[in-house]
Write a protein that binds this ligand. Structure first.
Ligand code: ATP
Length: 539
């Protein structure tokens, strides 16, 4: 299957089965915004809960925070977002489409230039230069057609192009790859959504919807430190909405304007303090990443390597195997000025290998900035080291929506199977890891018009329901019901049949058929064993 075809099928399944809907669909939708339907909402909750659990509940050294979306605007001045959180943008001179300058594929070909054009009917001349790129193998007329459209839009009727000349160009990013028309020069465009707090729409009342959740963690660093009784090294984790007025929302939910982030700021001692305390600073092991338990002699480099490995393991634990992921270690010249190292964890989406999470070693840039701008000390007194310092930080920052899309793409499978009558058919199955699957178990009474079966099925549903998300379905043939749950990604199916109620011998009474989604294997298990079989797999 071609990647574009695969993506189309995934998008269609997401809509059909209620994973993802276009926001405001009945009004024609709104670009860059998405809604999660019943299955998507469950999937999202599971992902966030698993991240939260692995970060806070399973660790002694990380605590949580849930901060407001709108914060004091000075925060964005201090963080650099007001001045530098901008993308270079260009507009197509023909279609007015806005594109990100740094995402334009370089193109080669022959560039056509015109000094202007003349309206042959009225004799009116327009001295506005224009240019279009002719891709190799295309007739010159197609470039002239683009130019004619450009001048027609400016009021000329029978367009005669003037002053034509050509030039060979290599790897140019000055032309729109879709139509060859010239683009404007790049201009910076701030990605923060602006609003006003209170009734007056003045600059003094300007506020921003946070473009990342991280800054709240830095500004609450002292409060959390004082109330949680943590000592450096320790972390603060937060999950929440972030907003970016992206120029080109694209690739389905991959780049949206409203999304959720799961961010950890893990505060560590500066290397000088570690050295003073331990005599030396450990270096990154050559073969293999550092793992638990963390050691007192770890400096930023080892902590950074540790978090990269922790995050890779977490992705594996929810079904993204290492071969579906890639690590991209940013080169020195690509790093933000304050960053010492940044690793992006990428997933191989059908539309390309793209970032899921960034893990940055940010020095003490953020806390220092907030100390300077707020005038409040961000220093920490380290009793063990008898030293005062501004902690450094390692920041694993992941996007919930991108991860959901990766999980959906990863889960989607089509396979040929033969039904009970020996007929070949295509089975669409979402192979979600049971931990993230929106529904864990489908419960099916074999026949809906047999009260004894229905009664028993409801009892099984009520037995499992407090512990996991179950779905009760009594409509249609059992094979059809299995298929519906395959498409929803439900890993287990429990069928209550005549064996269950003892009609085929007392030895089978109280047993059900447990069907496994991926292998489609069925086994007979006791109702009393169901919970202990299923619970460890879905938690
Ligand atoms: P990109 O280069 O793709 O714009 P970024 O490097 O700016 O992303 P960060 O600022 O590091 O992203 O944000 C951390 C994480 O937040 C990203 O790895 C991604 O998962 C998520 N994220 C960022 N922007 C978006 C967006 N527009 N839509 C969905 N998720 C996003």
């Amino acid at each position: 299957m071609k990647p574009t075809e695969r993506m189309e099928k995934i998008v269609s399944l997401c809509k059909r089965r209620g994973f993802i809907f276009q926001s405001s669909e009945i009004y024609g939708g709104i670009n860059g915004f998405w809604d999660y339907g019943p299955l998507g909402a469950e999937l999202k909750r599971n992902v966030k809960e698993l991240w939260w659990k692995s970060m806070t509940k399973m660790r002694e050294d990380i605590v949580g925070l849930d901060a407001s979306i709108i914060m004091h605007p000075a925060i964005w001045k201090a963080s650099g977002h007001c001045d530098t959180f901008a993308d270079p943008m260009v507009d197509c001179l023909l279609t007015k489409k806005r594109l990100r300058a740094d995402q334009i594929e370089p193109q080669s070909g022959v560039a056509y230039f015109w000094s202007g054009a003349k309206d042959e009917a009225s004799g009116k001349e327009l001295c506005e230069p224009f240019s279009a790129l002719l891709a190799p193998g295309k007739p010159a007329e197609s470039a002239r057609k683009v130019a004619t459209q450009f001048y027609s839009q400016r009021g000329l009727q029978n367009v005669a192009l003037l002053g034509e000349r050509t030039e060979k160009v290599e790897n140019s990013t000055s032309y729109n790859p879709e139509n060859g028309a010239l683009l404007t020069e790049p201009r910076m465009f701030n990605l923060m959504f602006k609003s006003h707090a209170g009734p007056v729409e003045s600059e003094e009342n300007a506020v921003y919807l946070r473009p990342e959740t991280a800054q709240a963690i830095f500004v609450q660093f002292k409060n959390v430190l004082e109330t949680s009784r943590q000592k450096v090294p320790f972390g603060i984790a937060q999950i929440g909405k972030a907003f970016r007025n992206e120029i080109n929302p694209r690739n389905y939910t991959f780049r949206s304007r409203e999304f959720e982030q799961m961010e950890l700021e893990f505060f560590i001692k500066p290397d000088e303090v570690v050295e003073k305390q331990c005599g030396s600073v450990a270096s990154l092991p050559e073969n293999g990443a550092p793992t638990d338990p963390p050691q007192a002699n770890w400096g930023w480099e080892v902590w950074h390597g540790y978090w990269v490995e922790q995050r890779m393991r977490w992705y594996e634990s929810i079904g993204l195997t290492r071969d579906t992921l890639e690590q991209y270690w940013q080169k020195k010249e690509e790093l933000a000025h304050y960053a010492r190292a940044t690793v992006d964890i990428l997933y191989k989406f059908p539309f390309g290998t793209q970032e899921l999470e960034g893990i940055a070693a940010r020095g003490n840039f953020d806390l220092t900035q907030h100390q300077t701008h707020s005038g409040k000390s961000m220093e920490y007194f380290d009793q063990e080291a008898t030293a005062k310092y501004i902690p450094h930080v390692i920041e694993p920052s992941a996007g919930v929506d991108r991860l959901l899309l990766a999980l959906i793409c990863n889960a989607y499978a089509e396979e040929e199977v033969t039904d009970e009558k020996g007929k070949a058919e295509v089975r669409t199955v979402m192979r979600f890891h049971p931990r993230v699957a929106p529904i864990k178990v489908g419960i099916f009474p074999l026949l809906k018009n047999k009260p004894v079966l229905v009664e028993k099925a409801i009892a099984v549903r009520d037995l499992l329901r407090p512990f996991m998300n179950v779905f009760y379905d009594d409509a249609g043939a059992i094979g059809r019901r299995y298929r519906r749950q395959d498409e929803a990604g439900t890993p287990f199916g429990v069928t209550i049949d005549f064996d269950t109620i003892g009609e085929n011998g007392p030895e089978l009474e109280g047993t059900v058929t447990l069907r496994h989604r991926d292998s489609m294997k069925q086994e007979r298990v006791k109702i009393s064993d169901l919970l202990s079989i299923l619970l460890p797999q879905v938690q």
